[in-house]
Design a protein around this ligand. Structure first.
Ligand code: ATP
Ligand code: MG
Length: 233
């Protein structure tokens, strides 16, 4: 499937090979300190779950990593700013789909002639993903007529079709039942294993975290209070 954009090699032993590096980074919204002195390095091919209670700063951190939010102080070194071969795709909590368009039309938004050999190639990849995630029977359904779970799957497929180096997702399984959440994560796990896709995923879903290998960055009131393996959470 994923062939066009070349992905970096996984090698976490070399400090310089990081993908994202946040150095003493803080974000303030007026008097609200959303992120406080965050120190975080993410390497190619990692799976990182962002956890923490509501208001802890998960969405703010994803926004910084996606390049959508400037730090108030400190430094964010982002792959997409260092090298144009890196593409970071974000699945926002509100999904940002075109309501009046069909599921298929929304997925076509990811088509880029510079990374696909042909529209046929793109279509084949879209079909594969739709079949894997059970979206193929709903291609012609408008987003406004689709349930929350289908919308989340379409947004995720669209993000994967852009062949990102890193995929950032904000609560992407909140409208999916257990079976569909696992199915989605199996697909992402496959992209991670086979293609080196880096996954950064904000979630409250502890079951999912236990089920799949990955690291955790746990936020509390804007502070990164734990960063490491999921087995300690
Ligand atoms: N655009 C904004 N303007 C003002 N305050 C904001 C803004 N975005 C976030 N905040 C505040 O920053 C803090 C962190 O919010 P954030 O949305 O990052 O948390 P979160 O961990 O994603 O929460 P949730 O689990 O509810 O999605 C909160 O106090 C929130 O109210
Ligand atoms: Mg949030």
């Amino acid at each position: 499937m994923l062939t066009g954009r070349s992905l970096p090699q996984t090698n976490s032993s070399n400090h310089q090979n990081y993908l994202f590096h946040l150095d003493n980074l803080s974000v303030e919204f007026g008097a609200t300190k959303a992120l406080k002195n965050i120190q975080l390095t993410i390497y190619p091919g990692e799976i990182l779950f962002l956890t923490g209670p509501s208001g802890a700063g998960k969405t703010s951190l994803l926004s910084v990593l996606g390049g959508h939010l400037e730090p108030t102080s400190g430094k964010a070194i982002l792959p997409q700013e260092r090298n144009s071969k890196h593409f970071v795709s974000t699945v926002f909590q509100d999904l940002r789909l075109l309501q009046k368009k069909t599921c298929e039309d929304n997925m076509w938004m990811a088509y880029d002639s510079s990374i696909y050999d042909s529209k046929n190639d793109f279509y084949r990849e879209m079909e594969d993903l739709c079949r894997l995630l059970h979206v193929h029977d709903h291609m012609n359904r408008k987003i406004e007529d689709s349930n929350g779970g289908l919308r989340q799957k379409v947004a995720m497929i669209r993000a994967l079709l852009s062949r990102p180096t890193a995929l950032l997702a904000d609560e992407p399984t909140s409208s999916l039942d257990k079976e569909n959440s696992y199915r989605l994560f199996e697909v992402l796990n496959h992209f991670n294993h086979k293609k080196g896709l880096t996954l950064i995923w904000a979630t409250h879903n502890k079951e999912l975290i236990k089920q799949f290998p990955g690291k955790i960055a746990h936020l509390d009131a804007g502070r990164l209070v734990y960063s490491g393996h999921a087995c300690f959470i």
